[in-house]
Ligand binder design. Structure first.
Ligand SMILES: NC(=O)c1ccc[n+]([C@@H]2O[C@H](COP(=O)([O-])OP(=O)(O)OC[C@H]3O[C@@H](n4cnc5c(N)ncnc54)[C@H](O)[C@@H]3O)[C@@H](O)[C@H]2O)c1
Length: 337
């Protein structure tokens, strides 16, 4: 397969990771680096001597040799940069969250369709072996009926000045949930508090309800003394714990739960029996998720395949983020989707 010629726009924290993986992937060729901050461009560019460098996005989109643009800039710039790239006929991998509004995401989807180019979103977790394994286990029915999803994503985080903790951290969990579960949420409720600025919440608690009685709860916090990245999925048969801070055995399946039966003489009294069985940790590989994501992007571009994290998936996440923001502003009101 002829490698896809790719430009990376935005060389702050995340962009250099994308550039490194584009170079190491045999299906892509890094052909341009762009950042409007000349210092960032020089610093990151020094590792890629032969690659074209520019501070101007228009030099990227007007260059006919560039087939695809990977955008790793702050979320408020995603829409304009992606729109310009798509309009110029470039394939786009846009970092998460896809856009700041649902309307913007819909405009980009329409434009990508019109131009017949690929638009994917950087839901990187969905390219990890752990998340793929969780999906496989849940789809196999091993956990039984999924009753709840509980996730904690906290640390002494980088306080962003353009978005709150939900827009910063929730895309990871919401994209995972969307990728793994066939059921989609019917409502969002979020409580948030801004301790240091008037309107940028640094702690938030989000609840998603589903029509099958499943519930999902998320804790997001930039003000925690320890870093926790943990998801628990409770099923009627077994339960799963995904601890992303573990260097190995990130995933553990517990044969634990309860069996509930009505007693003979009184159907209102229930007999609860606890099941405590074995635990096992499935084998998962340690391949860098970004490597898999970039290889997948190149395959999707060349073969016009359906992406794992395409624009529709990006839009569904933005819908949840927008609803969560609305809920926060209304002091935790439940927003029906
Ligand atoms: N997929 C993941 O796991 C993951 C992880 C971290 C960040 N991200 C996402 O990556 C994006 C960037 O995050 P970051 O932490 O690297 O931000 P950052 O602020 O560290 O870097 C952003 C860079 O973009 C540049 N930039 C801004 N506007 C530009 C423009 N119009 N043209 C050219 N360059 C421009 C800035 O100069 C800066 O160097 C965000 O959308 C973030 O959510 C994704």
């Amino acid at each position: 397969m002829k490698p896809v010629n790719v430009a990376v726009v935005g060389l702050g924290y995340w962009g250099p990771n994308l550039a490194r993986n584009i170079v190491s992937c045999s299906s892509t060729e890094l052909c341009c680096l762009c950042d409007y901050n000349i210092n960032r461009l020089k610093k990151v560019g020094s590792s890629y001597q032969s690659v074209k460098k520019t501070t101007d996005i228009f030099e990227v989109i007007s260059d006919e040799s560039i087939e695809a643009v990977v955008i790793a800039t702050p979320v408020d710039t995603h829409f304009e940069l992606a729109k310009a790239s798509l309009a110029a006929g470039k394939h786009v991998l846009l970092e998460k969250p896809m856009t700041r509004t649902v309307k913007q995401a819909e405009i980009l989807i329409e434009l990508a369709e019109k131009k017949n180019v690929t638009l994917t979103v950087g839901h990187t977790f969905n390219y990890t072996s752990a998340v793929r394994k969780i999906k496989e286990i849940i789809l196999s029915g091993e956990l039984g009926e999924i009753l709840y999803w509980d996730s904690v994503r906290i640390n002494l985080g980088l306080f962003q000045h353009d978005v709150n903790v939900v827009w910063d951290l929730a895309p990871h969990d919401l994209a995972m949930l969307d990728y793994i579960l066939a059921h989609k949420p019917i409502s969002v409720q979020t409580f948030g508090v801004a301790h240091f600025s008037d309107n940028i919440e640094n702690i938030a608690y989000m609840i998603l309800r589903f029509d099958n009685n499943m519930i999902a709860h998320f804790t997001f916090n930039w003000l925690a003394p320890v870093k926790i990245r943990m998801t628990i999925v409770g099923g009627s048969q077994k339960m799963l714990v995904f601890n992303d801070m573990e260097p190995s055995e990130k995933l553990k399946i517990y044969d634990k739960g309860v069996d509930v039966a009505a007693t003979k003489d009184n159907i209102y009294k229930r007999l609860v029996q606890y099941r405590v069985g074995n635990m096992y940790a499935p084998q998962i590989d340690n391949i860098e998720a970004l490597n898999t994501e970039i290889e997948h992007f190149a395959q999707v571009v060349r073969h016009k395949a359906k992406p794992i994290s395409g624009a529709e998936e990006g839009l569904r996440v933005v819908k949840l983020l927008e609803a969560a923001e609305k809920s926060i502003k209304r002091k935790g009101k439940e927003i029906i989707l």
